[in-house]
Write a protein that binds this ligand. Structure first.
Ligand code: AMP
Ligand code: MG
Length: 387
């Protein structure tokens, strides 16, 4: 048995080699860049108007109106002292523009423009290079692409990005009692649900599974199922069959498939019978079958590995501290990831902390970490991961 810290360190310390690939811009969300990026040109590339209004030459309150420039116009316009042109947001400002006045502060009659106030030099002009100058560092390698990053890369004209590949994931669920939702079931059977939680959590963080297999509680079937799954993945996530029951064949089947154990059993609640192993460059997590344990272990342990394999520098869910709404004492005898709800800045530990209780987890939005024996008074800070 290892502690939570030892288990997390074992995952973080794995030596891995990252693969890279080129991704179209519209498929690159959530990938980490595999090269540094510099600006190929100034952004903006030309002085342009921040407003719909008038481009002015010189500082006056009355101008001669001499024309119009719209966004996208490429004709060269040049102003003389005392002249103004109608201009629109994003349009290139004419040569000799001193300022742009927003249209709400103007009145135009025939060829005369009157301003409600004196303009100021440079007002409402977005300067060439105001965001980035040519050659400037934009992103370091390993930057994880969020939506504004995609916009920035697009504005640099880049349509293909060099990124680190994401791992290929396969899922195996085990259990004679499991029936696929939508299919008829008999007495003693239950619907298989863990794979939906896992594939949902994968999608939540920009991953997806490649293959999903349901296996009966049989040693030969488990061994064969693991062998097949290992043929086509970087990370294999198994649910159930890793405990100490007579029908738990996963651990032995992993050994027979040449997977080396890195840790088995973590001193925590839920999710004590968690297994982590490695075969060459492939990794295996065997998650306890109880639904809340399995998903909790995904968030705490599997996610950091998937992100590390994707080239992320910061992995796992961020821990935030929130004051607890009511006093709480952890009497479970193990450090616990508790199903919790953060409402209006306060954390409430939910009823239904059992390892099988997915309904409380489904209604909450966080895992609150409370140490073994820890006693919390109302208002004490609790470390929470938002799920
Ligand atoms: P196990 O870890 O295989 O001993 O399973 C522990 C508990 O979790 C049992 O009550 C199982 O029926 C349940 N369980 C295991 N796998 C799943 C699954 N994929 N979906 C829903 N419940 C499961
Ligand atoms: Mg089972």
């Amino acid at each position: 048995m290892v502690t939570i810290e030892e288990a997390l360190r074992s995952i973080q310390d794995q030596k891995i080699s990252l693969k890279s690939e080129s991704k179209p811009l519209n498929e690159a969300l959530g990938y980490a860049l595999s090269t540094n990026t510099t600006a190929p040109f100034d952004v903006p590339e030309f002085d342009n108007s921040a407003m719909d209004g008038y481009a002015l030459c010189g500082l006056y309150q009355e101008y001669r109106l001499v024309g119009e420039v719209a966004a996208g116009d490429s004709k060269e316009v040049s102003l003389q002292d005392g002249e103004a042109v109608r201009i629109f947001t994003g349009a290139k400002v004419p040569q000799n523009t001193t300022a742009v006045m927003m249209q709400e502060k103007t009145s135009a009659k025939d060829k005369t423009l009157l301003l409600d106030e004196m303009p100021k030099t440079g007002q409402n002009i977005r300067k060439k290079g105001g965001q980035l100058t040519e050659g400037q560092a934009v992103f370091e390698k390993r930057h994880v692409l969020n939506p504004p990053s995609l916009a920035l890369m697009g504005s640099l004209g880049l349509s293909q990005l060099d990124v680190f590949s994401k791992p290929q994931v396969n899922i195996i669920t085990t259990g004679n009692e499991l029936v696929k939702p939508g299919e008829p079931k008999t007495e003693g059977q239950i619907y298989e649900s863990n794979s939906y939680a896992i594939s949902g959590a994968l999608q939540q963080f920009g991953f997806q599974h490649h293959q999903k297999t349901q296996i009966q509680d049989d040693f030969e079937a488990t061994k064969a199922g693991i062998k097949t799954a290992l043929d086509s993945c970087d990370v294999l996530i198994i649910s159930g069959g890793i405990s100490v029951g007579d029908y738990d064949f996963v651990k032995q089947s992993l050994e027979e498939n040449g997977v080396n154990e890195l840790f088995y059993k973590v001193f925590q609640k839920p999710g004590k019978p968690l297994y982590f192993g490695r075969k060459g460059n492939q990794f295996v997590f065997a998650l306890p079958g109880n639904p809340a344990s399995s998903l909790t272990c995904f968030y705490v342990y599997v996610l950091p590995l998937l992100q590390k394999l994707s080239g992320y520098e910061n992995v796992g869910l961020t821990t935030y501290q929130f004051p607890i709404k009511h006093g709480y004492e952890n009497r479970f005898g193990r450090p616990s990831f508790l199903k919790a709800a953060i409402v209006e800045g306060k954390v409430e530990i939910l009823d239904g902390q059992g390892s099988s209780m997915i309904q409380s987890m489904a209604k909450g939005n966080a895992l609150a970490f409370v140490d073994d024996g820890e006693v919390l008074k109302e208002g004490d800070l609790v470390r929470c991961k938002l799920i």
